[in-house]
Design a protein around this ligand. Structure first.
Ligand code: RNT
Ligand code: ZN
Length: 418
């Protein structure tokens, strides 16, 4: 049966429940997903650094051949990736992906280091997002940045933060729409700290200083703060914990970033979204997949993912959630990782938009909870795959597993020759 015929039959099945599959497909394709540039090179970045000035990236495990090692290769990989994924995409750039001929330290960065990214985004017809980089730097090696006890080091990172907002504002101006900026710091301690209060107090002071720069237009540079439970080397104490970040964002009118991997190993995030959005305007989602810990595995179409998007659908809050990806696997072909993860996220959106929300909520209002549960369960075996295939065909990207051959070809022609 052709994709078209399968779609026709599936469409009728959904229509019987009052669901317009054409509208769901259209909306799914319009919602932007921000692709993280750091899957291409294992979060290494490519600042021009003097010899010996390194601090390593965030840990990506694996050494599959073909890693991108500069801007050209990263952008080429992103282009290949984007040709295999349906829907509107953005690209999320970290400050450590600046490209300059001479070394520019983090506190001196300007938009000039990102002109190649901006020009490329324009060519691709996409928008960019941005992140200050508070890691992979000698001044971050002892585990503290914006909450550092040393005034000079803290001032250095505050300056980096201010520079980052200006860069984001310039990106927004170049693309004629907002640039979403995510603030994540690794600050914390491996073992029981003697002082948890002091670093948090300094963290607040630093963020307040950075955000006080009123010359930056907040409609262009839109800021989110990301929490975390623990990291490697910060197992016992993380300054920007979940409570810290939600309290900060509520008290300062800033966005909150929720990374699906940043909670207790058995904790999921979907139930939290409707709480935060009573008090916070917008949430940035870092769609990720923890496996026993914050392992940043490639996103797959699993229950955690579906539940997050179902919450957005059932709360009718699509316009208040910004979608970005955050995973990195260096043990498999990196285009394969990108495409699998991003297609899964897009599938999650479509799956949620095909939910019989109105009927479920009507049952609930009438106290018909057996019917509610039954319908939720029956919908799990609706012909979703036929709608997804149709969506890919409409978007002009490979249907089903057809993209795997393209990944293999690219690996052979490009990645293995690096
Ligand atoms: C780290 C955070 C953060 C980073 C990126 C590279 O645990 O999730 O979002 O992954 O900024
Ligand atoms: Zn994240």
């Amino acid at each position: 049966m052709s994709t078209k015929e399968a779609y026709k039959l599936a469409k009728e099945r959904y229509a019987a429940f009052g669901i317009d599959t054409d509208a769901a497909v259209k909306k799914t394709l319009c919602l932007p997903i921000s692709l993280h540039c750091w899957q291409a090179d294992d979060v290494a970045g490519f600042e021009t650094k003097p010899e010996g000035l390194d601090g390593g990236g965030i840990m990506a495990t694996g050494n599959h051949p073909g890693r991108a090692s500069n801007g050209e290769e990263t952008r080429a990989d992103l282009e290949k990736t984007m040709s295999l994924i349906p829907g509107v995409q953005r690209v999320n750039v970290h400050a450590c992906y600046s490209e300059t001929n001479q070394y520019v330290d983090r506190d001196e960065m300007t938009v000039s280091g990102f002109q190649k990214w901006i020009a490329w985004a324009k060519k691709m017809g996409i928008c960019l997002d941005f992140n200050p980089t508070f890691f992979a730097h000698p001044k971050a090696e002892d585990g503290y940045t914006l909450s550092h006890p040393d005034d000079d080091i803290r001032a250095f990172w505050v300056k980096h933060g201010k520079a980052a907002r200006k860069i984001a504002e310039a990106m927004a101006e170049a693309q004629g729409s907002p640039c979403f900026v995510n603030w994540w710091t690794p600050d914390g301690s491996k073992d029981i700290p003697a002082d948890r209060f002091g670093p948090r107090k300094r963290m607040v002071a630093s963020y307040d200083e950075i955000m006080a720069d009123e010359s930056v237009d907040k409609t262009k540079c839109v800021d989110f703060i990301e929490s975390k439970l623990f990291g490697i080397g910060s197992e016992e104490y993380v300054v920007s914990s979940a409570e810290f970040c939600s309290d900060y964002s509520i008290s300062r009118g800033m966005g909150l970033c929720m990374d699906m991997g940043h909670y207790h190993p058995t904790e999921t995030i979907h139930g939290k979204i409707s709480s935060h959005l009573q008090f916070i305007d917008q949430i940035l989602l870092h769609v990720s997949r923890p496996v026993r810990w914050d392992s940043d595995h490639v996103v797959i179409f699993n229950d955690d993912l579906k539940n997050v998007f179902l919450e957005i659908q059932r709360g009718d809050i699509w316009d208040r959630v910004v979608l970005a990806l955050d995973f990195f696997d260096a043990s498999i072909n990196r285009i394969g990782a990108y495409v699998t993860g991003t297609r899964a996220a897009r599938k999650g959106i479509l799956y949620a938009l095909l939910d019989p929300t109105a009927q479920l909520q009507a049952y609930e209002a009438e106290g018909k909870n057996a019917q509610r549960l039954a319908l939720m369960e029956e919908f799990k075996s609706m012909p979703f795959g036929a709608i997804w295939d149709h969506l890919c065909e409409e978007a002009g990207v490979p249907v089903g597993a057809d993209w795997i051959a393209e990944m293999e070809q690219y690996e052979k022609d490009v990645q293995l020759k690096r």
